[in-house]
Write a protein that binds this ligand. Structure first.
Ligand code: AKB
Length: 332
């Protein structure tokens, strides 16, 4: 078994010819490097290619292949898939919720046009394609506590609209062309050594760094805003296990996954159990607050648990202990 991000791997080891060649787009976001590390432990360093349009820090080059790939450039993407014999594509490029509201044109381009390129390339080359959806694919008229897999989806952000589009297009391509499309609805993801960029749940990452560094934090969501959240190790393990699930186990192509739910106030109290002098003030960002108010409070994930064995390991106390330990050690 592999220790990377707590990933449990199947007892039977893959032979070389079984091993997928994986391309990860948007590899320098919050999740790419962590997923690449886990996939490389399982399938080998050179079978996982991380890509983005920016130059990464040196350690990223040292850990395995990194290349330039622009999902808006169809030819570039196709060339990468062909030249590297790619069989699985993990599509992490996206403009997140808060940034998307400030730049709708960019979000539309990256999240919708870019995704069309991914779908076409994946269909053309018979790839397994994983695309995360999130709590953003739900909206104010969706049932909220908990939100089932199948329900009304009328999100009010361009990011959310693009995620519903991705869920529907992926499922359509699966049923129409047999594309091996796989999609998980992620909660807000919390990680110690990678930063989210421009989301609504970002406060739940930033608060830990502030608690360790300065002992105070200004929160941009109201203190009672309850949202579904997940520690990165659970998210990466879910993604690995779902990617490896046999096709006949998948009753559906889009699944909710859930771990814990908390408000900024709950999180503050839990951090104060370790850092008793920690203080939080509130300066609400109206754009983020409206977005958060329309999102689920919890996701109903019994189908994921039943069909392919999903279970989370981190609840709020373990999350807080682990985050504070990682950040404190990382700062030394
Ligand atoms: C965001 O806040 O935009 C993301 C998400 C929940 O999809 N973290």
């Amino acid at each position: 078994t592999s220790a990377a991000h707590g990933v449990r791997t199947h007892a039977s080891s893959c032979t070389d010819s079984d091993k997928p060649k994986v391309l990860i787009t948007g590899g320098l976001g919050q999740l790419g490097v962590g997923l690449a590390t886990s996939l490389r432990r399982r399938f080998g360093k050179f079978n996982v290619i991380l890509s983005d349009i920016r130059k990464p820090p040196n350690h990223v080059y040292k850990n395995g292949p990194f290349i330039f790939s622009d999902i808006l450039d169809y030819k570039n993407l196709r060339q990468i898939v062909v030249n590297n014999n790619i069989s699985w594509l993990v599509h992490y490029s996206a403009v997140l919720s808060a940034v998307g509201e400030h730049n709708v044109a960019l979000a539309k381009e990256v999240n919708i046009t870019g995704f069309h390129n991914i779908l076409d390339i994946a269909t053309e080359h018979g790839l397994r394609v994983f695309v995360p959806s999130t709590i953003s694919a739900l909206g104010p008229s969706s049932p909220k506590d908990p939100t089932p897999d199948l329900c009304v989806q009328r999100p009010r952000t361009i990011y959310g609209v693009s995620k519903v589009h991705a869920e529907l297009m992926g499922e359509y391509y699966h049923q129409r062309y047999g594309l091996d499309f796989r999609c998980l609805r992620y909660p807000g993801i919390i990680s110690a050594d990678s930063q989210p960029g421009g989301g609504t749940t970002d406060y739940a990452v930033q608060i830990f760094h502030a608690a360790v560094k300065s002992g105070q934090f200004e929160c941009n969501l109201r203190s009672d805003t309850r949202l579904p959240m997940m520690y990165i190790d659970d998210c990466i393990r879910a993604t690995m296990e779902f990617l490896e699930a046999p096709e006949d186990a998948l009753v559906s192509r889009t699944y909710n996954i859930n771990a814990m739910s908390f408000t900024p106030q709950d999180l503050t109290r839990e951090i104060q159990k370790v850092l008793s002098d920690f203080t939080v003030t509130y300066n609400v960002d109206p754009v983020r607050q409206v977005i958060a108010d329309g999102w689920p409070k919890a996701l109903e994930d019994s189908a994921a648990r039943q069909d392919w064995g999903w279970r989370h390991e981190y609840n709020l106390p373990e999350l807080v202990q682990t985050m504070l330990t990682h950040i404190t050690l990382g700062n030394k």
